[in-house]
Ligand binder design. Sequence first.
Ligand SMILES: Nc1ncnc2c1ncn2[C@@H]1O[C@H](COP(=O)(O)OP(=O)(O)OP(=O)(O)O)[C@@H](O)[C@H]1O
Ligand SMILES: [Mg+2]
Length: 231
Amino acid sequence: MSSPVLECQSVHKVYVQGKESIEVLRGVNISLYPEQTVAIVGASGSGKSTLLNIMGALDHPSSGSIRISGQDVHGMDEKAKAKLRNAHVGFVYQFHHLLPEFNALENVCMPLLLRGVAVKEAKKEAEYWLERVGLSHRLKHRPGQLSGGERQRVAIARALSPRPSCVLMDEPTGNLDPDTADSVQALLWDLVRQNQTAFVLVTHDYGLAARMDEQYSLKEGVLAKVDRNSL
Ligand SMILES: Nc1ncnc2c1ncn2[C@@H]1O[C@H](COP(=O)(O)OP(=O)(O)OP(=O)(O)O)[C@@H](O)[C@H]1O
Ligand SMILES: [Mg+2]
């Protein structure tokens, strides 16, 4: 079997606020293999975003280990982590997190340029991905000039364009109206099926969750595999 693209071992996360401490994650284990797709469901406040941020080395666990493409994130400085993320991980958030002063094309180019891809090639690649998400006609629009669904499509193109080994998505359609959410979900499902990328999708949409290879539920700090039919 090939080695995991992402691995969490005994991940704990405790938030301390004054005299109170909340243990949000209590020993989470998960391994994500190449091209594997995983859905994580759980109530609001159960720690899904916390876990996803830790998986992508945007936040650090209180204890436990994270390996991205076999490399232990512990002890790495921010620069090394950013480089590792850029090489292997794509993110799509509930709120698009696009750079407001740059247009769609430039936003999608950004991770490629950070990786050292030449401008011309980055633009070509970005155009390709924006076409795949149905936005060829919006290349020069800045985020403020795009609809909510269009912004999420740009964010998806940005996450996929560097062809990362895994993409982490935190309720990517949670902030859209139901019709727009449906169309973005249909697009996501097409991309998930067609890509040689591993996906972790945090979602409240059980229909979409059930279509992934594996389903997990996060409850009281514990991540447990669940049967798709019990969602
Ligand atoms: N920086 C922080 N400091 C203290 N507590 C925090 C912090 N971030 C999150 N929490 C707490 O940790 C818990 C988990 O938060 P998290 O955002 O991971 O939940 P979630 O499952 O993503 O919820 P939602 O579905 O609403 O997005 C919550 O109770 C939250 O209040
Ligand atoms: Mg969340």
